[in-house]
Design a protein around this ligand. Structure first.
Ligand SMILES: Cc1cc2nc3c(=O)[nH]c(=O)nc-3n(C[C@H](O)[C@H](O)[C@H](O)COP(=O)(O)O)c2cc1C
Length: 334
């Protein structure tokens, strides 16, 4: 039987905390019989998404396969993700959230890899007899598991608060199931995580959890959350709740599941209906709802007849930036 493939991606500095943590988890996967691969995001030259939406328009019009018009090192990462049965990602905290490169990569995965767009295009193309090579890569539909690891130098978890939640952006488009999460803060108090036996042993456990997930006998066992804390959201297991404007309901900021809340025995408790859980953006139903609204409600170009005229004042308004303040001690010299 072909070995299961686990891809580790570090978004940190070379041989610093993220690299070492991902490698420890991967080494455990390898010991348990997996075929592993490792990428450092900073070794890849990946451009920002320009927002041209050619990827989505291509799929909707039947002319594209869901790929970016740009070809850069994103293709290397994309091919590795396509081959993988599981991904282990570690990202440093920059300004309480993910790094710019992490976000860039998520935007490039973005709608182009959304399985509801890709599946619709694939099925329509197949039915119309379009050759396989002109259709989306079916590996996008593979069930995958993930472990997410956030790292922060600060001594309090409040300073890494948004990193782990933001890391789910990598998983939305292909509905990758997150089965383990770790938040490592206080990293500055240890020269390198390699000298922190407790955290290194947690990384070994990440490897074991990923192996248990990808070798599971059934889907329920595969997606079982193996992290140390269940969180408040039953879908993504995070605890980032946003209250609705009327303060009567609340939703998970990460995956969008909405519910009502209560205090039971002094504890905050969320209540969800199955219907609402199925609308999570990590589930097919929630993703389909969004791709359908894009297909049916996005106003096509050319609808507003006098748009050029309406935009003209803004095209003509170009205030530019102020000249350098030579009286101040700034970084730009006049
Ligand atoms: C621009 C910048 C911003 C940072 N902001 C935070 C922060 O908001 N919270 C935090 O805990 N650590 C912050 N850090 C520290 C990094 O998260 C920390 O050095 C981490 O270990 C980097 O991962 P690495 O060791 O794998 O490279 C910041 C570092 C940089 C360079």
């Amino acid at each position: 039987m072909e070995k299961k493939k686990v891809l580790g991606i570090s978004f940190g500095r070379k041989m610093s905390n993220c690299d070492v943590m991902v490698k420890e988890a991967l080494m455990e996967c390898e010991r348990e019989g997996c075929d592993v691969a490792f990428l450092r995001a900073d070794d890849l030259d990946i451009n920002n998404c320009t927002g041209c939406i050619a990827c989505v328009i291509g799929m909707m019009s039947g002319r594209g396969r869901g790929y970016c018009v740009k070809h850069d090192d994103f293709d290397i990462l994309d091919e590795a993700v396509m081959q993988a049965d599981a991904v282990i990602l570690a990202c440093p905290t920059y300004e309480t959230s993910v790094t710019g490169r992490f976000k860039t990569i998520c935007d490039r995965i973005g709608p182009s890899h959304d399985i509801t767009f890709r599946k619709a295009r694939y099925d329509e193309g197949k039915a119309a007899g379009v050759p396989e090579e002109q259709l989306p890569d079916t590996r996008a539909f593979k069930k995958r598991s993930a472990a997410l690891i956030s790292v922060g130098g600060a001594m309090t978890e409040e300073w890494i608060a948004l990193t782990l939640p933001m890391m789910y952006e990598f998983t939305f488009p292909m509905a990758i199931d997150v089965v383990d999460t770790v938040e490592y803060y206080g990293a500055m108090a240890c020269e390198n995580v390699a000298g922190n036996p407790e955290m290194m042993s947690r990384m070994t456990q990440v490897g074991k959890n990923i192996v248990a997930s990808i070798n599971a006998e059934d889907e329920e066992e595969r997606i079982k959350f193996r992290g140390e804390e269940e969180g408040t959201c039953p879908i993504c297991h995070t605890r980032l709740i946003q209250f609705a404007h009327d303060k009567k309901t609340a939703s998970c900021l990460v995956c969008g599941s909405r519910g009502t809340f209560d205090i039971v025995d002094g504890e905050f408790v969320m209540h969800y209906t199955q219907e609402e859980l199925d609308r999570s953006r990590l589930r097919w139903g929630g993703k389909l709802e969004h791709s359908t609204e894009i297909k049916t409600q996005a106003q096509p170009a050319g609808t507003i007849k006098n748009l050029k005229e309406l935009k003209q004042p803004y095209a003509d308004f170009n205030p530019g930036v102020w000249p350098v303040d030579t009286n101040a001690n700034g970084n730009v010299k006049a």
